[in-house]
Design a protein around this ligand. Structure first.
Ligand SMILES: C[S@@+](CC[C@H](N)C(=O)[O-])C[C@H]1O[C@@H](n2cnc3c(N)ncnc32)[C@H](O)[C@@H]1O
Length: 247
């Protein structure tokens, strides 16, 4: 077991019958996030592994790898041993408690390579430059739909030739019946991970209006519209997907 997995307080945040507010990446969520994401996203470890493998394929010496919505820094933690030290890491998140966790997790790494952790809103001011890989693992779905294309364009502009954007997203299906079935299977999965019916219902309510999934076709169209020459899914489990877009 490595440092990223050693210390993982258990997520019991939604074990309550009281009315819950909108989900936010605050101090409480940051405190249990690694356990929450590991038990809430099917094949999370595999998604991390595939994301890292693809990043290794495209990351070029002397460039930056960006992780937009880097949370506690897990992806950079896994990427560090795989990439040349001349590749700088830039993590961006608008949650200060998440960045605090990331700073701790990546403290050792930052002695060996350039690691910048930037507190910024994806809809606000920040730069993406000299990038060979940009990651958005379970993040784009939290950005207001109106802002998504502008962000994708900014990423496209900041990538070099043959650079890639890797996104992992929860999806909605255009077919109502399939959508219900996928969601049912997802909730069954959450039960196998130890979440109760109450926790599942409460989290679903908290995420409503905060996590807004697109259909697969909408994500592909968004990426093609801003100029990516090739867009392909590399992962799919019911309503979860991983997509790679090549400039
Ligand atoms: C589900 S988490 C991402 C998980 C992480 N990438 C991983 O691989 O485990 C989504 C992250 O995006 C951040 N986020 C959401 N909306 C954002 C925005 N508008 N600007 C910056 N960060 C945002 C949240 O604070 C949160 O840390």
């Amino acid at each position: 077991m490595d440092n990223a997995t050693l210390f993982k307080p258990k997520d019991t945040l939604f074990e309550t019958n009281e009315r819950v507010g909108d989900f936010a990446f605050d101090q409480k969520v940051a405190g249990v996030f690694d356990d929450m994401v590991g038990r809430s996203v099917p094949f999370y470890q595999e998604i991390q592994k595939m994301t890292c493998q693809l990043t290794q394929d495209f990351a070029a010496p002397g460039t930056h790898v960006y992780d937009l919505g880097c949370s506690t820094g897990t992806t950079f933690h896994h990427l560090h041993p795989l990439l040349d030290d001349s590749i700088g890491f830039v993590g961006l998140d608008n949650s200060a408690p998440m960045l605090e966790k990331a700073r701790n997790k990546l403290a050792d790494i930052s002695e060996k390579r350039s690691v910048q952790l930037v507190h910024a809103d994806l809809e606000g001011n920040y730069t993406i430059e000299n990038a060979s890989v940009v990651l958005m693992v379970l993040t784009l779905q939290f950005v207001r739909p109106l802002a998504r294309e502008k962000i994708a364009r900014k990423i496209y502009d900041g990538l070099g030739h043959n650079g890639v954007l890797i996104i992992v997203e929860k999806l909605i299906s255009a077919d109502g019946m399939l959508n219900r079935l996928f969601i049912d299977h997802y909730y069954d999965y959450k039960k196998t991970q130890g979440y109760s019916n109450t926790e599942i219902t409460q989290k679903r309510e908290a995420l409503e209006n905060v996590l807004i999934p697109y259909r697969m076709e909408e994500n592909v169209a968004l990426l093609k519209n801003v100029g990516f020459r090739h867009v392909e899914d590399f992962f799919r489990w019911y309503n979860f997907s991983g997509i790679i877009a090549i400039k």
